[in-house]
Design a protein around this ligand. Structure first.
Ligand code: NI
Ligand code: MN
Length: 225
């Protein structure tokens, strides 16, 4: 399995010939190394409807015929735009051919802002537990710190957690470090920082708040096995 980070909340997981892309916000993301025209994922997983997460989903899914997994209301909105979707909701898991996906809660908002200034309701925001090749990856999406992260940690052996550290819209570094302890994740990678001025953070400082060896900073394009 190959896992790579691409700036903001974009994570790519390549497993047994299946490419899974989380929150592909490419256009408007100055930190990413990805180009929309090069992305041909089999699966896109969306945590919530905000534009910095839905990003270029419609274009990428149309060019690659990807299956889009998202909270129900967001999946419905995208299905109406002609995409192949699989709706889910918080607390529910599903065994796909590539592995298991389960949505967890996240404390945040979820809506999509259109070019003509409409706000589309896209349900509840979510975190995602992805289990492939016997390993569990937790993508927290956008969220504040919440106590039930302990429940998520107790109920799942999390090998790798992607946690937002940007502050302002989500947890900041100190809350994210506390989240890492509640989740009891083996490895923690910070996301959702430095994309916009209000979420400027030093990811190395975040890693220093964690127990030795738990945190790992990935720069856009960094990959690990
Ligand atoms: Ni958001
Ligand atoms: Mn966001």
């Amino acid at each position: 399995m190959k896992i790579s980070y691409h700036g903001h909340s974009i994570v790519k997981v390549e497993t047994n010939g299946t490419t899974i892309l989380f929150d592909p916000f490419i256009n408007g993301n100055e930190l990413t190394d990805l180009k929309v025209e090069n992305e041909k994922p089999d699966v896109i997983i969306l945590t919530h409807g905000h534009n910095d997460h839905v990003g270029d989903t419609v274009e990428i899914a149309k060019q690659s015929d990807a299956l889009v997994i998202a909270p129900f209301e967001l999946a419905t909105y995208l299905e109406w735009q002609g995409l192949n979707t699989h709706p889910m909701h918080i607390g529910g898991g599903y065994d796909f051919e590539f592995g298991r996906v389960k949505l967890t809660q996240a404390f945040h908002g979820s809506s999509y802002s259109t070019d003509d200034k409409q706000i589309i309701y896209t349900g509840m925001p979510a975190g995602v537990l992805l289990t492939v090749e016997g390993k569990t990856i937790y993508h927290a999406g956008d969220t504040g710190l919440f106590g039930d992260m302990k429940l998520i940690g107790d109920r799942n052996q999390i090998d790798l957690a992607f946690l937002p550290i940007g502050d302002n819209f989500t947890m900041g570094p100190e809350d994210a470090a506390y989240a890492a302890s509640l989740l009891n994740a083996k490895t923690v990678v910070p996301i959702h920082y430095n994309t916009f001025p209000p979420i400027k953070q030093d990811p190395e400082k975040f890693v220093q708040l964690l127990p030795e060896g738990q945190g790992k900073v990935l720069h856009a394009g960094d990959t690990f096995e």
